[in-house]
Design a protein around this ligand. Structure first.
Ligand code: AKG
Ligand code: FE2
Length: 325
């Protein structure tokens, strides 16, 4: 990381004033203007402080995981060593969910000061992580047909039918590029610049106004949930790799269930704890909410069967048995 990003306390982005100051301190004014005009912007490695070594380490991790998951050998230059028939001819694309469980470097990425300053601008002080996924593409054996966007159709990331450009937004996304997205053949993301102001999801006819969005490896591309976008098949040999960090408001159901699983990450500070839902007031699993774990006994623990208490032993059993109520 560069010195400015390195010394920056990301917990300062837990207030609107702090977010404002972070944007100025980290020199992100151009990005704010682009988010307003286009709905999308790129954080350069100079702004994020992300080093080429970090990019390389994470890229290798994702290539390794690609092979592990598909039981093949992947290389950056060639993709998989044997075709995956169910994905041919054009869906030569994989998303690995739950990357926070798979690679230790996710913390450094998620807590990057420039990323959190822009996410703060789009989502405000209450933002959380929704999901962290690896996006992998390799060469398609056939070109896309006509104007179709494959393997990833046109959409806006907002999870409900309306994509109202609320302030702050419901969701916002970031793509950390681990390879260069330099030409159409690389299979870049496509975007309708300015469409974040329209408050709707794209229709087939919107394909015509999609531009390719290009940026070099090491960049973090940031866009709000109302932007209409998609991506196209890769026609070059080799791999196209990114990590997509999706953030949301606390009132949105996150894509991944993270609560209670990242106590170690939560120790890194208030923002880290909030992002992994450590303090969440809702969405808990069988162990109960983080703020008040259910005092199960060995007999009643979820491991031996959730809901094991017979109804008549329940403290309110008199009420439960009174069927006149
Ligand atoms: O990178 C892609 O291919 C699509 C990305 C996308 O739609 C997203 O991150 O929301
Ligand atoms: Fe998307």
């Amino acid at each position: 990381m560069n010195n400015m990003a390195n010394d920056f306390d990301v917990d300062s982005t837990l207030s609107w004033d702090g977010i404002h100051d972070a944007i100025v301190t980290l020199g992100l004014e151009r990005n704010i203007l682009e988010l307003d005009r286009d709905g999308i912007t790129t954080i350069t490695p100079e702004q994020s402080g992300i080093t080429p070594e970090f990019v390389e380490t994470v890229r290798h991790e994702l290539i390794r995981i690609s092979g592990e998951i598909t039981d093949r050998k992947f290389s950056e230059e060639e993709g998989p060593n044997s075709a995956i028939p169910s994905l041919e001819p054009r869906n030569t694309f994989l998303i690995f969910q739950l990357l926070a469980y798979r690679i230790p470097q996710f913390e450094e990425l998620m807590l990057n000061p420039a990323l959190q300053a822009l996410m703060g601008h789009l989502l405000g002080p209450e933002r959380r992580l929704s999901s962290l996924s690896g996006f992998i593409k390799w060469q398609s054996s056939e070109a896309p047909e006509g104007n179709r966007f494959e393997p990833y159709g046109l959409h806006a990331d907002t999870p409900i039918k309306s994509s109202l450009p609320l302030v702050p937004l419901m969701v916002a996304n970031s793509n950390f590029l681990l390879t260069d997205f330099a030409s159409w053949e690389d299979g870049p993301m496509v975007v309708a610049r300015g469409s974040h102001k329209e408050g709707r999801h794209p229709l087939e006819g919107d394909a015509e106004r999609m531009d390719g969005y290009f940026a070099p490896a090491g960049s973090i591309v940031v866009f709000g949930g109302a932007l209409q976008h998609g991506s196209i098949s890769r026609m070059n040999s080799g791999m196209r790799i990114s990590i997509n960090g999706y953030f949301c408001q606390p009132y949105i159901t996150p894509q991944e269930s993270l609560q209670g699983e990242f106590a170690d990450v939560a120790k890194r500070g208030k923002l880290a704890s909030q992002l992994v839902w450590q303090d969440a007031m809702n969405g808990w699993g069988v162990h109960g909410p983080a703020f008040m774990r259910t005092p199960f006994t060995a007999k009643t623990s979820p491991e031996v069967g959730y809901g094991i208490l017979p109804r008549e032993e329940h403290p309110n059993s008199k009420l439960a048995l009174d069927n006149t109520l």
